[in-house]
Design a protein around this ligand. Structure first.
Ligand code: ADP
Ligand code: MG
Length: 474
């Protein structure tokens, strides 16, 4: 290969990079090499068959155009798969045309022809999903006011077929512990895979992380990425646990690649995308760009529904097990916390009535579940809520609070809002600064100190702040 050719190749890569953007470029083209240039045709290689077919399907035209910009005489780009074994490969792996896409172009010339020379079996075993619980299906998911929308969206996603237009992508569900996120995500996975038409992969963020790290160590990172990109629906649970710069970069690429390719992504986390502090802004905005649904705490009716469905499920194996209506009402009224405790309560009653061969009574229930009855958990307060309530109180808009305006009528409310954000949430100063129009953490600190000082002297302000706290906590 001559120096001129190498120079040209560098320039072509530069053109590609600016044409598709940095992310796409690194995802798909970073490992593309120039093999040879012969008059009208150029031979490029990529390390795997997956990359080959992806580039072939999505970027063939683009690659050719970039070459033609440097060398107008080029009319064909061949894409081959190189392997470490290529030199030793047996003769039967000679060039063979592979589903050459010969669609006519607008100008009547044939589309660039892409051929594969050495088929490689990319490992698709790189990714085992996380284990699924057979009980967590749509059938056993009880619908109530707090989860109607999340359920409907999840159903919609689960019922999609390969090739359907994706309605909301990603679907992002957030809720506190035990409110049914995992249940809903696994239901999507079961439903999606039962038709066997689409490949749905359920992964906890941890599994994504460790799978990726392990893959890196064993040099199969590419196989892992490919396996990930070869699926129709990616379901990621507990995204708040995703950590580490390189994992996040990888997650970002994967997310972009999947969404851009029209694959569905479903995500659950314990907080909204804007509160995922460790993620970078691009990922956050991508996550917020689909449908974000919150499931709020389980209402009493829903709790009763869940209890009944749990009892029914238990009765399938233990026909004599019965929980009288007043006991169910009692449990639904008192165990307000989350779905896990409801399940725990039924399990205890079952165990107790089995072991002691006694029917379930209200008295037994009161004794057995005493420790599951917890005081109301303080409400999760969000920075948005604080901004909304403060803006309303002082008759300014939320965007005033985030703006750089420094007039007195917005400066004070803004400081109060920052102060409340610091005292009512666990967010850090830099995070609060970011959420207030990208301010520095020292500005937030200044606001917090200022309001602290004022509250101790100024009774009217102190009363205002207390009233705001009450509004936020009720
Ligand atoms: P999360 O992942 O949000 O922490 P889970 O999905 O693990 O919560 O739910 C905790 C328990 O509550 C599970 O046993 C789940 O089946 C049950 N549960 C929560 N919401 C519902 C619901 N709407 N219908 C039926 N069971 C539910
Ligand atoms: Mg969960």
């Amino acid at each position: 290969m001559t120096n001129t050719e190498q120079d040209r190749w560098s320039r072509v890569k530069g053109r590609l990079r600016s044409s598709v953007g940095e992310d796409v470029y690194t995802s798909w083209f970073a490992r593309m090499d120039l093999e040879s240039v012969e008059q009208e045709s150029v031979r490029l290689s990529v390390p795997t068959r997956f990359l080959k077919s992806w580039i072939q399907a999505h970027y063939a035209e683009r690659v050719l155009t970039c070459w033609q910009a440097e060398m107008p005489e080029v009319h064909r780009v061949d894409l081959t798969v190189r392997t470490a074994m290529r030199c030793a490969a047996p003769a039967k792996e000679a060039p063979a045309p592979v589903d050459a896409r010969r669609a006519e172009r607008a100008d009547g010339r044939p589309a660039p022809e892409l051929r594969a020379t050495a088929p490689v079996s990319a490992s698709h075993d790189a990714l085992g999903g996380s284990p699924l619980d057979p009980r967590l299906t749509f059938g056993s998911f009880v619908i109530g006011r707090s989860n109607t929308l999340a359920h409907a969206a999840a159903r919609q996603v689960a019922e999609g077929r390969r090739g359907d237009a994706v309605m909301f992508n990603p679907l992002y569900i957030h809720a506190g512990v035990g409110l049914g996120k995992t249940h809903l995500l696994q239901a999507v996975t079961w439903a999606g895979n039962s038709g066997n038409e689409r490949k749905v992969l359920y992964l906890t963020a941890e599994k994504f992380m460790y799978g990726f790290v392990a893959a890196l160590k064993t040099q199969t990172a590419l196989a892992f990425k490919e396996a990930l990109r070869g699926i129709d629906v990616l379901v990621i649970d507990d995204l708040q646990f995703l950590q580490g710069k390189s994992t996040q970069a990888e997650f970002c690429h994967t997310l972009n690649a999947l969404i851009d390719a029209g694959r569905q992504v479903v995500i659950a986390a314990d907080r909204p995308p804007s509160d995922l502090e460790s993620l970078d802004d691009r990922v956050r905005s991508r996550l917020a760009g689909g449908l974000v649904v919150e499931m709020s705490s389980l209402g009493e009716e829903l709790r009763l529904g869940i209890l009944k469905s749990r009892v029914a499920a238990a009765r399938a194996h233990h026909a004599s097990f019965d929980v009288p209506e007043p006991v169910l009402d009692y449990l639904a009224r008192t165990i307000t916390h989350n779905g896990r405790d409801l399940e725990g309560a039924i399990n205890r009653l079952l165990a107790h009535s089995k072991l002691n061969a006694q029917p379930v009574t209200l008295e037994m229930a009161e004794r057995e579940v005493r420790d599951l009855i917890r005081p109301q958990e303080p409400k999760r307060i969000k920075i948005e809520d604080i901004q909304r309530v403060v803006a309303r109180q002082y008759n300014v808009s939320r965007s005033d609070l985030l703006s750089s305006r420094r007039t007195a009528n917005v400066v004070r409310p803004r400081q109060v809002a920052m102060y409340l954000a610091k005292t009512l949430t666990l967010r850090s100063l830099p995070e609060i600064g970011r959420r207030f129009g990208g301010r520095d953490h020292t500005t937030v600190l200044h606001a917090v100190r200022k309001i602290e000082a004022l509250v101790s002297k100024d009774a009217a302000l102190s009363e205002e702040v207390e009233s705001l706290k009450r509004q936020l906590q009720e």
